[in-house]
Design a protein around this ligand. Structure first.
Ligand code: F6P
Length: 342
């Protein structure tokens, strides 16, 4: 079989580990051939490929990013996009695809599967907001990076008796904020799932100062204060048509400084959370997803997404993983609230 592999959406530590596992098992165990598609769905859309064999995947396990490149191209938003993909797959002799991506990339895979393209999906996102899998790879790495930053910020906050507001990624789901906040001992955690009352956050901050400690506030980039406390922060589209978020951390620090009279600073972790080498957990998860994905292709079990359930890697219909995002349930937030302000 000749199998195409692509990576779409925001990059994520562990993408290369998936590619490596797919190719290594695909070649060594099954004798398949591979073709790499460049930059997500843009590759099959424009027929842009790169060689993908054992030599190309050697040494990439610990490397962040993706050797195939990525983009947020959606062929369903382009006139004749789907037909073009089908033509290119036929002319390149590609029998099946392994698509590695998040909500958008796998959403495209789901629709292509319904249109007869042979495809399997591997879920990736640092946000951990894909349904049907307990975890996505990249999340553990992002959380560890944010946790380390929080650990470091505790000591500088203490030295200067300042509030430190740490803005982490997460537009629609606050998994990174919740886990990094819990692991790093944050004093307040704010998520997109639940609007926050800035007056209450200020009270938590004051309480922490009363205990002679400096507060760390972790805020997800998509978190919002109660209606009326602030007009929606910067949500313009950038030159590429993506929603630009960010800015909530800065706004919050200014508010907290004004309300508590204590100096506040903001740290926006941004793309640092997505860069660099994956943790051991993410390398193992990516590798196991890759091995399961090539098994699915080899067995002709298309239209499936790889998923982690407990400690098992299983295959679920692509549709189950996309459509609705997995957000943080209220009980997980309530659990964390015990630590707020103390
Ligand atoms: O989906 C991954 C993610 O890193 C989100 O957490 C973040 O909101 C978004 O991508 C940022 O996208 P971009 O890299 O296009 O700015």
């Amino acid at each position: 079989m000749r199998i195409g592999v692509l990576t779409g959406g925001g990059d994520c530590p562990g993408l290369n580990a998936v590619i490596r596992a797919v190719v290594r098992k695909g070649v060594a165990t099954y004798g398949h051939e591979f073709v790499g598609f460049r930059d997500g769905w843009r590759g099959p859309l424009e027929g842009q490929t790169k060689p993908l064999g054992i030599a190309e995947v050697r040494g990439i396990l610990p490397r962040g990013g993706t050797i195939l490149g990525s983009s947020r191209t959606n062929p369903f938003k382009i006139d004749g996009g789907v037909e073009k993909i089908k033509e290119n797959l036929a002319s390149l002799g590609v029998d099946a695809l392994v698509a590695i991506g998040g909500e958008d990339t796998l959403g495209v895979a789901t629709k292509l599967d319904e249109l007869g393209v042979k495809v399997v999906g591997v879920p990736k996102t640092i946000d951990n907001d894909l349904n049907a899998t307990d975890y996505t790879f990249g999340f553990d790495t992002a959380v560890n990076i944010a946790m380390e930053a929080i650990d470091r910020l505790h000591t500088t906050a203490e030295s200067h008796h300042r509030t430190l507001v740490v803005e982490v990624m997460g537009r629609h789901a606050g998994w990174i904020a919740l886990h990094a906040g819990l692991a790093g001992g944050a004093n307040v955690i704010l998520l997109p799932e639940r609007q926050f009352d800035v007056e209450q956050v200020a009270q938590y901050v004051e309480k922490r100062f009363q205990h002679q400690y400096a507060p760390i506030v972790v805020v997800a980039e998509g978190a919002q204060p109660l209606d009326g406390q602030m007009v929606l922060h910067n949500q313009e589209l950038d030159a590429f048509g993506h929603v630009r978020l960010g800015g909530i951390g800065q706004w919050l620090a200014e508010q907290l400084e004004a309300k508590t009279g204590k100096e506040a600073r903001t740290v926006v972790l941004g793309h640092i959370q997505r860069g660099g080498t994956p943790t051991a957990f993410d390398r193992v998860l990516s590798t196991r997803f890759g091995l399961q994905a090539i098994d699915a292709v080899h067995e002709g079990d298309f239209g499936k997404m790889m998923a982690l359930r407990g400690t098992d890697i299983v295959r679920v219909p692509l549709k189950e993983g996309t459509g609705e995002l997995k957000t943080v349930p209220l009980e997980r937030y309530t659990e964390a609230e015990v630590f707020f302000g103390s």
